[in-house]
Ligand binder design. Sequence first.
Ligand code: NAD
Ligand code: TYD
Length: 354
Amino acid sequence: MILVTGGAGFIGANFILDWLRLHDEPVLNLDKLTYAGNLASLAGLQGDGRHVFVRGDIGDRGLVARLLAEYRPRAILNFAAESHVDRSIHGPEDFIQTNVVGTFHLLETARAYWAGLSGGERDAFRFLHVSTDEVYGSLGPHDAPFTETTPYAPNSPYSASKAASGHLVRASHHTYGLPTLTTNCSNNYGPFQFPEKLIPLMILNALQGKPLPVYGDGLNVRDWLYVTDHCAAIRAVLACGRTGETYNVGGWNEMPNIEIVHTVCALLDDMRPDPRGPRARLIAHVPDRPGHDRRYAIDAGRIHRELGWKPAETFGSGIRKTVKWYLEHAAWTDQVTSGGYREWMSLNYAERQA
Ligand code: NAD
Ligand code: TYD
């Protein structure tokens, strides 16, 4: 079996659902169930013996060592993280605890387990670390996209914590020979994304007739990738990636935020017209995010050349599926937007009132 950490989050849940659609190999899912973890995303696996869920922290060495000894996974895929830049600005400490300290403990526990394996099991073992393009910092409008050799230059507490964990993964390979793989992916979107991130936040606010808060001039550029394409890239790297290497994953799809928001508005107007008028009327430019990276762009040439991966979805097809999914899954969104979500919305957006 494989061990997935953070499998109740956005990408981890999509990964597990896809994995079990494609394979019979069981998944052990270790997740702390922070505000971002949601077992409702995995409700489709209820009663499926191939999915074993354990609530716990990647930094709990005793628990992880027991799980490794009991389940003997052939790979660990580390999705678990604090993942939201705005939250890292308001409260960086959790990011250091999970992304840096937690990953360090997980690596150490994995190393002890791997050292105890023998022969074929030891050769086949992999530790795959899921990381982000944000570790490379911000690009100017005419700079070439990030490659795997672009130096790390993180600018937010989130990206700094992911850069730190990436360095620890690299060191575990270089120093101890742990068979690691790292992926650095661009912005994901799709089903089950917590509505603190740009696309689901805009969908839900627009449906409720609330303002659509665009930070600054809205011309910050991100590269957007549909989540199941990211999952396919991770499967390809796990199967055929060279240990110790990094693979950049992206959609070849750079877009300014304001264009994303207009696209979401137009799709909603088409799929669920609002008698009060076009949703774009709700767009509100609000004070910028501190230290807001201007542009990210990923050169995903290596993973294409070496592993044959390329995205299956265009932005047009992926965003349409995403908007449709949120329209059809009101129960999921109602559940995740209760309680703590409202507190976060007032903390992050009250001070941004123009
Ligand atoms: P998410 O915030 O939706 O989910 C994170 C999950 O990790 C949650 O289920 C949470 O409960 C769990 N978790 C947090 N701390 C934990 C801990 N200490 N121990 C165990 N579980 C813990 O994040 P996501 O968007 O699914 O991102 C997953 C990974 O992919 C992260 O490592 C992130 O840095 C990376 N990534 C995300 C994107 C993106 O656009 N979302 C892009 C590139 C890379
Ligand atoms: P986000 O989804 O938080 O991802 P990241 O910061 O990791 O790229 O934000 C994507 C872009 O959208 C980023 O440039 C910030 C911007 N943004 C807004 O303009 N308004 C919002 O309410 C949010 C959450 C993000």
